[in-house]
Design a protein around this ligand. Structure first.
Ligand code: ME8
Length: 516
């Protein structure tokens, strides 16, 4: 069985998750569900990044004392886990950087790199951005402000350990150039190559305990803890068994995708492959950096007070609408502007009007004309003009998904699924089932309704990666008893799976219209 190993960033636990975090996890969940449908052995890992100054400060601000950080992070971790369960994010493993095996893994790696001469000690004179947990040189600092987030930097002048990143610059440039799928989208690859035109500086990988002690102790010097990024990136291999379960590690590595936001591209596309290369481990196959959700032109952040809470949106519009909106509204990779008004527009047009209505009117007609049972088709479905087109379009969704999903083109494939939904709605308008009934054209009516039901079965399977709970509900209403989780991509390709005479179960509208 082919494996598919996919990861999300490990989120900082300084505060609760917002829609930006949920965006990455929903995208990774959709991909994982798709690959499970394809029959892959999927390993989807997410988790939390729990060390470092930013978390320590957040814990102290909550009134906890130094040494009590774990209490604080334990609580925040629950808010992440709860949200993933609430929005149908079905991960296989949740890693925390405070887990024992992860701490050991980081220490084994540091020891190895140190012994092999990849780590050395010197005075660090430069800048540090605590909100970004990132070191900057004099040349990079923007008049004392962080070049990324524009907040005030702190001047550092202290002894620290450094990782010899500079030695691997040429290797990295070659690797990026000779592996076109390594950094995606392509414009992000160019951004990284642009950054690599400047000499790569060695990476400061420690913090003196006297300044900040909430981190993984450096195994060869007890006065220091590990820099949080060096610690956190290692999760991608420690979580699958490096070095304590090498058989599992070999089964899943290299990762097929690291999905991240564009804010952490440099850490993933520069630091991480170089760390792996120095360890003699091959880099991940693809690092995909998606865009940001912005609110009124600004990136969401706690300090700006413009954070959108997922739980409130889910309460108001439901999990499926929330997931659908995020993946449909913006092409994955680009930035998007979040507003509740656009969410409502999409909801009413795509979910209530198109999909919800198609399901509702089809089932109403099956109840009215065929006692609520899947009608038997006598003769060819081509008796009904337009039914062949619907069938062809519907079964082609398997290929559409196969092409689009590995490219992370969620919006593109959703629009193809909606084309089938609209074709089905148009078929109802054009073939006028109410007239067929009046004219007693029972065979044509049966054929038409069977086509609509079968198209709905295929649609419900095709939307499964994006809206698993709506998919389940449509299946149940169509009277399908099989477990949705066990459905395969191949079930989309075959027309005629619905069993004649099976009872449908029309229930209340899936997506009731929202009146504004
Ligand atoms: O950077 N729009 O954690 P983090 C879209 N701990 N995505 C967003 C977003 C937004 N407005 N805001 C956040 C860290 N994200 C490190 C990662 S990995 C080894 C360590 C998502 O809590 C997006 O995936 O700041 C982004 O990259 C991530 O959250 C940053 O999460």
């Amino acid at each position: 069985m082919s494996k598919f190993y996919i990861t999300t960033p490990l989120y900082y636990v300084n505060s609760k998750p917002h829609i930006g975090h949920s965006y990455t996890n929903i995208a990774v969940d959709a991909l994982s569900r798709f690959y499970r449908m394809k029959g892959y052995d999927v390993f989807f890992m997410t988790g939390t990044d729990e060390h470092g100054e930013k978390i320590e400060r957040a814990a102290l601000a909550k009134g906890l004392k130094e040494g009590e950080e774990k209490k604080f992070v334990d609580e925040i971790v629950l808010t992440f886990k709860n949200l993933w369960h609430k929005i149908d994010v079905q991960y296989d493993y949740f890693i925390r950087t405070t887990d024992d095996y992860h701490i050991k893994s980081v220490q084994v790696i540091l020891d190895k790199l140190y012994k092999e001469g990849n780590i050395y000690k010197k005075i660090y004179k430069g800048w540090f951005c605590t909100p970004c947990e990132t070191f900057w040189s004099d040349a990079q600092s923007d008049d004392g402000l962080c070049p990324d987030c524009k907040r005030q930097l702190e001047k550092l002048d202290e002894e620290n350990y450094f990782f010899k990143m500079s030695e691997y610059q040429n290797w990295l440039i070659d690797h990026v150039n000779s592996n076109p799928a390594f950094i995606k989208p392509d414009f992000r690859k160019n951004e990284v190559l642009g950054f690599l035109k400047e000499p790569l500086l060695d990476l400061c990988i420690s913090r003196p305990k006297s300044r900040m002690s909430w981190g993984i102790e450096i195994p060869f010097d007890k006065n220091f803890v590990t820099y949080v990024w060096f610690d956190a990136l290692i999760n991608y291999i420690s979580g699958i068994g490096y070095p304590h379960d090498m058989a599992r590690f070999k089964k899943y590595w290299p990762a097929d995708f690291h999905i991240i936001g564009k804010d952490i591209l440099r850490h993933h596309a520069v630091y991480w492959p170089v760390m792996l290369h120095a360890l003699g481990i091959e880099p991940p196959n693809t690092i995909f950096a998606h865009g940001w959700w912005v609110v009124k032109g600004e990136k969401m952040s706690k300090s700006k007070g413009n954070v959108i809470e997922p739980l409130k949106l889910i309460e108001d519009y439901g999990i499926d609408a929330y997931r659908y909106f995020l993946l449909r509204e913006v092409s994955f990779g680009l930035d998007g502007t979040f507003s509740e008004e656009t969410l409502i527009l999409r909801y009413n047009s795509d979910l209530a009007n198109d999909l919800g209505n198609l399901l509702n009117r089809t089932l109403t007609m099956v109840e009215k004309y065929f006692e609520g049972k899947v009608p038997e088709v006598k003769g060819q479905s081509s008796n009904v003009k337009g039914a062949e087109e619907l069938k062809t379009k519907a079964i082609s969704l398997a290929e559409e998904l196969n092409d689009a999903m590995p490219q992370l083109d969620f919006a593109g494939v959703l629009s193809k699924i909606w084309d089938v939904i609209n074709t089905a709605n148009k078929l109802i308008e054009d073939s006028k089932p109410w007239a067929l009934s009046k004219e007693k054209k029972a065979d044509e009516l049966a054929s038409l309704l069977y086509s609509l039901l079968e198209a709905l079965r295929i649609i419900s399977l095709s939307i499964y990666p994006f809206m698993p709970s709506a998919s389940r509900s449509i299946m149940a209403q169509l009277g399908i008893k099989e477990d949705t989780e066990k459905m395969k991509l191949a079930d989309i390709k075959v027309w005629g799976r619905l069993k004649t005479a099976a009872k449908v179960n029309k229930s209340k509208p899936l997506f009731p219209r929202i009146e504004t």
